[in-house]
Ligand binder design. Structure first.
Ligand code: FE2
Length: 510
């Protein structure tokens, strides 16, 4: 099949125009839809995180993942009122660079301080840029970056409180994943399940489960650590994401090698020193969860198929098998030191494809099945079904049905039949991670909404679209008074009040 060059398939200027600095911090700016109306039952806050500063002192980051974290909050109040706030996370690195008006730190993805390798060699400090995920835990909003501790923010004002050790759970500098999973209640109480990795020739995973709701009778408060365990595995672990089932925390250790020398010598960022390991063997590491049937037992280690995974869609169990659905790349997609990320040729980097691995724990074998041929990323199921068998998934995808391209459409996939629905922002729009929000009290798995913040290349700004989750029909569109670069992960917090359940001293937010 002959395909048009990537330059002809999308407008690169439109796509690149989103890689810019956020110049404003807005506070509770009231918004009106340009089309449609907000469903009255949609009440809560959409938080999103992503790089908000991509250039400083005339120097652009080498990779957008090195940009400083900026939080956007879109509040949906009673009566369809919607308001927008945004704040940079006041990390130590951001504050120091703001004061100096120049780049003071190297970035993990290859951004360098001015002055070439000599100026960068042996500077192994990590700049905790808090730019990857954002979740509510207890009375704090946590801005997450996987190589170090979370930053705590005020959930209402977005003011940065500072680095959080979660009430003494974490040690200073401890890694804390940007990909927590929300267990909707597999063992009764809902939980936030997450992990941190300490890498080395042997790597240790610390698995942590936190309460997400107060339970006065049990003496438990939201944010309390309910359980933890540590397990060590051979090899340098690169674990960005994981998945949960009622019984297992599922990790996929990609077959990668890490050679830190170019990082130490100032030639590459640490993440650029990762590469596929020829002849390497990927592994599934299954760690028994607290409260499950295998609690306290040793992890199971099983050979995994070839390929590279950043993100999982979901995992679930059936007849003792563990089924994991993930977005697979044929190889580790990295941007080398001499490549301008805005000029990247999409035809030369592998696309992400949704695949299902069924792990037979009895035999230690894995059966693989491709679920879709369309390039996709940022996939999710109904959060009330996290870790359980699901029929539907929502994801960002390319506009054409095969091959790699920027993400321009939202897709709903019926995992049973392969049927799909598409909402498209093409030709001039570029989508980010969609968030599926179930309608309160809904019974059908696809009853709810999809919230999508996308880049409108035509007006060089960010738009919010609310879709019906069942058929992706457009319910409302907002043109935001803010230009937000292509972002990473977000979350939905039902209810506009930040006070714990049962108390709402401030009343409903506007
Ligand atoms: Fe991620």
């Amino acid at each position: 099949m002959t395909v048009a060059p990537a330059a002809d398939r999308f407008n690169r200027e439109d796509w690149v125009s989103a890689f810019r600095n956020v110049e404003q911090e807005l506070t509770d700016v009231a918004l009106q839809p340009v089309r449609g109306t907000v469903p009255p039952e949609l009440v809560g806050t959409l938080y999103r995180n992503g790089p908000g500063r991509l250039e400083r002192g005339g120097q652009r980051v080498h990779h957008p993942f090195d940009g400083d974290g900026m939080i956007t909050a879109l509040r949906f109040g009673a009566g369809g009122a919607v308001s927008l706030s945004n704040r940079f996370v006041r990390t130590a690195g951001w504050l120091a660079e703001e004061a100096a008006q120049k780049v003071l730190y190297r970035g993990v993805f290859g951004s360098q301080k001015p002055g070439g390798p000599l100026a960068n060699a042996f500077d192994l400090r990590l700049k905790n840029i808090a730019n990857t995920g954002v979740v509510r835990l207890g009375d704090a909003l946590l801005a997450l970056w996987e190589a170090a501790e979370p930053h705590a923010l005020d959930p209402d004002t977005l003011e940065t409180r500072g680095i959080s050790l979660l009430g003494g759970v974490l040690s200073p500098g401890e890694a804390f994943s940007a990909h927590p999973r929300f267990d909707p209640g597999h063992h009764g109480r809902p939980r936030l399940v997450t992990f941190g990795v300490k890498t080395g020739p042997r790597s240790t995973i610390r698995l942590m489960e936190f309460a997400t709701e107060d339970d006065a009778a049990a003496g438990i408060r939201a944010g309390d650590l309910l359980s933890e365990r540590r397990d060590s595995f051979n090899g340098f672990a690169f674990l960005h994401d994981f998945a949960i089932t009622p019984n297992w925390a599922v990790f996929l250790q990609n077959a990668v090698a890490f050679n830190p020398l170019p990082f130490v010598l100032g030639q590459k960022g640490a993440a650029q020193c990762l590469q596929s390991k020829p002849g390497g063997q990927a592994k599934f590491w299954l760690i028994p969860r607290d409260g499950g049937a295998f609690a306290g037992q040793q992890p199971r280690i099983i050979d995994a198929p070839e390929g590279f995974v950043f993100h999982h869609l979901n995992a679930w169990e059936q007849n003792g098998d563990v089924v994991v659905e993930s977005i697979y790349y044929s190889d580790f997609p990295s941007i080398g030191p001499d490549v301008d990320f805005t000029a990247v040729d999409f035809d030369l980097i592998p696309e992400g494809l949704l695949e299902q691995c069924r792990i037979d724990l009895e035999t230690g074998t894995v059966a693989t099945q491709r679920l879709s041929e369309r390039c996709c990323e940022f996939a999710m199921v109904n959060p009330n079904k996290e870790g359980l068998p699901c029929r539907f998934a929502w994801m960002a995808a390319a506009e054409r049905e095969q091959g790699n391209d920027p993400l321009q459409v939202i897709k709903k996939l019926d995992l049973r039949t392969g049927d799909r629905q598409i909402w498209s922002a093409a030709p001039r729009g570029f989508v980010s991670e969609p968030l599926m929000v179930p309608r309160p009290g809904a019974e059908a798995e696809d009853d709810g909404w999809v919230l999508e913040l996308f880049w409108n290349g035509e007006r060089r700004g960010s738009d919010l679209v609310i879709l019906d989750a069942s058929d992706l029909s457009e319910l409302a569109v907002f043109e935001l008074p803010l230009a937000i670069p292509h972002g990473l992960h977000g979350s939905w917090v039902p209810s506009v009040n930040s006070a714990p359940a049962g108390g709402s001293p401030g009343g409903a937010a506007p």
